[in-house]
Every structure is written in C-alpha cells, then in structure tokens.
Design a protein around this ligand. Structure first.
Ligand SMILES: CC(C)(COP(=O)(O)OP(=O)(O)OC[C@H]1O[C@@H](n2cnc3c(N)ncnc32)[C@H](O)[C@@H]1OP(=O)(O)O)[C@@H](O)C(=O)NCCC(=O)NCCS
Length: 183
C-alpha cells in the first residue's frame, strides 16, 4: 500500500515513496553526484554497482512498510532530483530523523525546502510524527540553512558525533515540534 504513497509539493514537484522502479534512475543520480555527495555524507563512496543501490532500496522499502523509516524520491516533473527521508522513526516518541540530498544541479531553487514543508505537513496530518529532527555537521552550511529556513530550532551541538572521511565532526541538532491540533 505504502508503495503508491505520494505527496504533492507544488505544481511541478512531488514526493513518491520509494519503489523498485526507482532503482535505475536513483543509481544514476547517485553515481552522477557521488564525489560531491561524499563531501557531506559517508554512504556514497560505498555505492559501486546498481546492485548496491538495489539492496539499499529493498531494505528501505521494508523499513518504510514497517513505519520505522520513510524514503521518498523527489521528482520535478518526470525527473528524479533528490531524496527526502526519515532515516529513522521512533514511533513511541512520534519522532522522525530527517535526511535529504539533491542533485547538485538542482540546488539553489528551493526544491528541498518546499519538499520538506509538504513532508512535515503530511506527517503531522497523519498523526504519526510531532517531533521532526535534523542533525547536520556544524560546517555543512547549506544543510544548517535548510533547518533554519524551515522553522527548526537549534537545540544543541553533539560533539564529534559524525565520522566522515576519517574525521569526527561536531553536529548541530535541530528540531521542530508540531501537534496536529495546533496546525
Ligand atoms: C542540503 C541541500 C539539500 C540544500 O539544497 P538547497 O537547494 O540549498 O536547499 P533549499 O531547497 O532550501 O533551497 C535554498 C536555496 O534556493 C534558493 N531559493 C530559490 N527559490 C526559493 C524558494 N522559493 N524558497 C526557498 N529558497 C529558494 C535560496 O535562495 C537558496 O539558495 P542560496 O543558498 O544559494 O541562497 C543540498 O545542498 C545538498 O544536497 N547537499 C549535499 C547533501 C547534504 O549535505 N545533505 C544534508 C546532510 S545533513
């Protein structure tokens, strides 16, 4: 059922729950952005063959169905331009940990922020999530800007919490809390 899940963002952008048909385009997008993405995340360098992407997607489809992670493809028109996910959900706490990335060429147009607003609204309305969390490296300026631009409050700094390219980096933790009734 969740495989058909889709969130309308605006006239040109939508979020589709990941399914097997996305694997070839997702793999191409990862490979195109592999070196750039590896500056901010550790997993891209672990992706080599389409089989790696397939295994990742199949794992995420299962987690999506079980409600402990949610992975959505960001489409602009027919073009896959990025990914927006709950990397982890704590159902009992109604808390979701958000992750995202775009095609480098799709940056700077507000696509991620518009997607994030629709994503948050959708999960508040579902009643499943009330605490939305973004954790990002202190020196990932664009990701910090995403949190600030979208109404997240800085809650603190986690020391040496992210191991990336051989270094332990400090992470900012941001959250936005929205009760369905307060919308
Ligand atoms: C983090 C990332 C998704 C941010 O992408 P982004 O395009 O800057 O994010 P937004 O959707 O918020 O867009 C904001 C940009 O669009 C511009 N913009 C244009 N129209 C806009 C609109 N209607 N609304 C908001 N911003 C708009 C803004 O001015 C801003 O550009 P600027 O920073 O050059 O001024 C992207 O840099 C990325 O994929 N980075 C690599 C992966 C990564 O770091 N992921 C996060 C790990 S924690």
């Amino acid at each position: 059922m969740s495989q058909q899940e889709s969130i309308a963002v605006n006239a040109s952008v939508r979020l589709d729950a990941v399914n097997e048909s996305h694997i070839p385009a997702l793999h191409q997008l990862v490979m195109k952005n592999r070196m750039w993405l590896s500056e901010s995340m550790n997993w891209p360098l672990l992706v080599n063959s389409e089989q790696d992407t397939r295994q990742f997607v199949l794992g995420n489809i299962m987690l999506h169905q079980r409600g402990i992670a949610k992975m959505f493809m960001i489409f602009q028109g027919d073009e896959l331009v990025g990914v927006l996910s709950f990397n982890q959900i704590e159902p009992a706490n109604k808390t979701g940990y958000i992750g995202y990335w775009l095609d480098e060429a799709a940056q700077g147009r507000g696509i991620l922020s518009a997607s994030l607003q629709a994503f948050i609204h959708y999960f508040v309305e579902s009643g499943d999530i009330r605490r939305f969390v973004i954790k990002c490296r202190v020196d990932n300026a664009r990701s910090n800007q995403v949190a600030l631009r979208n109404g997240f409050a800085l809650e603190g700094c986690l020391k040496q919490a992210e191991f990336l390219n051989g270094v332990y980096y400090d992470q900012n933790i941001y959250a936005r809390i929205i009760d369905k009734s307060s919308q």
